[in-house]
Design a protein around this ligand. Structure first.
Ligand SMILES: [Zn+2]
Length: 400
């Protein structure tokens, strides 16, 4: 039987699409050769997904393919020489479907790296919204490491982040379980998460408001995401930790606001002291752990948190939330979502500082800023930007 080998052009295109890295182990398969200053050493191989020839030794041979299909780039996968050998010794583990999945995944990863997107800590790459609130029909938004979603009131900004945050805690979508529209449609919200490989989380609400959760298409009784989500959606100054009396202990209030314990907050503050600070100069805790003392960036002395202006207090909140996110991101995928309304009296300079700090410091988490203000006023270079517009009662996301 003749072998349906790949042409040199096909091999070269395949290798380039894989960035000359093995699709299984990611190791480099190209580099300089010592034979000469213009010589190249290629150690990778273009392997057949479905075998090149029938008969003994050929793996995954598919009789139904034509010769042309068998020699096409669709039937090829770029591998290091070890994995090239390995897939031809194990067709039980490396099935046609599995190799196609590995190839697609690798090319996806290379594509994101080419666009400057860092997926090493895991990020949400895409969401799809179908028939939820004013998102009529199908909407899709693609994300990068740093993102801004802008839009006026009632354009669904919060809806998006409530669904994303439901990966962390289902309480965020409680109000959608009680939706009471005239004609309920089957709605779903898909979240695509990428770290090493793609995972799809799907939240479905059927016509009777029954909720089901699927991971990669399979229904799951427990919806546990690999992502830590920090969602700053409540204004700190409006926040009361269930207490009807005005809060006496500011430290308790801040800890409760971030859903952490006072001891954890003390650890975070110790962490802030060792790190570069962006919004404040210094921070310390009173001896009996009931108050915070802050030295703002433009001040020379410590003041009690309670004595700061609203704008200054929000800057402290921002410093704390950045460090909490950075802390989490050292160990797991972390997403920080800040609604502008949660830090409402931070002025334009403060917001710009936040956007630039997160973009430039590479703190390891994915970031979403949810903006009600006019996006043009701010320094948003390096951010993936969407604006949500309401048109004839429908919401339309538009990439800026
Ligand atoms: Zn390999």
């Amino acid at each position: 039987m003749p072998r349906d080998d790949f042409s040199e052009k096909t091999k070269s295109k395949l290798a380039q699409r894989a960035a000359y890295k093995c699709s299984i182990c990611d190791s480099l398969t190209v580099g300089p050769s010592e034979e000469g200053s213009d010589k190249v050493n290629i150690t990778g191989v273009a392997s057949h997904i479905s075998g090149a020839a029938s008969g003994k030794g050929s793996r995954r041979y598919d009789l139904s393919l034509t010769q042309k299909e068998r020699a096409s780039i669709e039937n090829a996968i770029w591998l290091c020489s070890t994995h090239g050998d390995l897939i031809d010794g194990d067709e039980n583990r490396y099935t046609i479907d599995e190799l196609k999945r590995i190839k697609k995944n690798h090319e996806e990863k290379i594509k994101m790296a080419l666009n400057g997107i860092d997926t090493s800590n895991g990020i949400i790459t895409k969401i799809e919204i179908n028939n939820i609130a004013r998102f009529k029909g199908h909407s899709k938004l693609e994300f990068e490491n740093y993102n801004i979603i802008s839009g006026g009131n009632g354009t669904g900004k919060t809806t998006i982040f409530e669904f994303i945050s439901s990966l962390e805690d289902m309480k965020y979508i409680n109000r959608w379980l009680k939706r009471d529209e005239k004609e309920l449609l089957t709605s779903y919200f898909n979240i695509y998460y990428y770290r090493e490989r793609e995972m799809m989380y799907q939240i479905i609400l059927d016509k009777t408001n029954k909720l089901s959760c699927l991971i990669n298409g399979a229904e799951t009784p427990l919806f546990k995401s690999p992502i830590k989500i920090l969602y700053l959606n409540i204004n700190y100054r409006d926040y009361s930790n269930g207490a009807s009396e005005p809060v006496q202990n500011e430290l308790e209030k801040i800890a409760s606001y971030f859903s952490i314990t006072i001891d954890e907050l003390c650890n975070v503050i110790a962490f802030i002291r060792t790190k570069r600070k962006h919004f404040i100069n210094d921070i310390s805790i009173s001896e009996n752990k009931d108050n915070l003392y802050i030295k703002m960036s433009d001040a020379s002395f410590l003041r009690r948190f309670n004595a700061l202006s609203a704008g200054e207090q929000y800057r402290v909140i921002l410093e704390v939330v950045l460090k909490i996110a950075e802390y989490y991101a050292e160990f797991r995928s972390t997403i920080l979502i800040i609604e502008q309304s949660a830090v409402s009296s931070v002025d334009k300079d403060g917001i710009n500082k936040l956007l630039l700090t997160i973009r430039d410091e590479k703190m390891g988490f994915q970031f979403f800023f949810v903006m009600y203000d006019n996006i043009e006023k701010y320094k948003t270079e390096g951010y993936k930007k969407y604006t949500l517009n309401k048109k004839e009662g429908k919401i339309q996301p538009r990439l800026l």
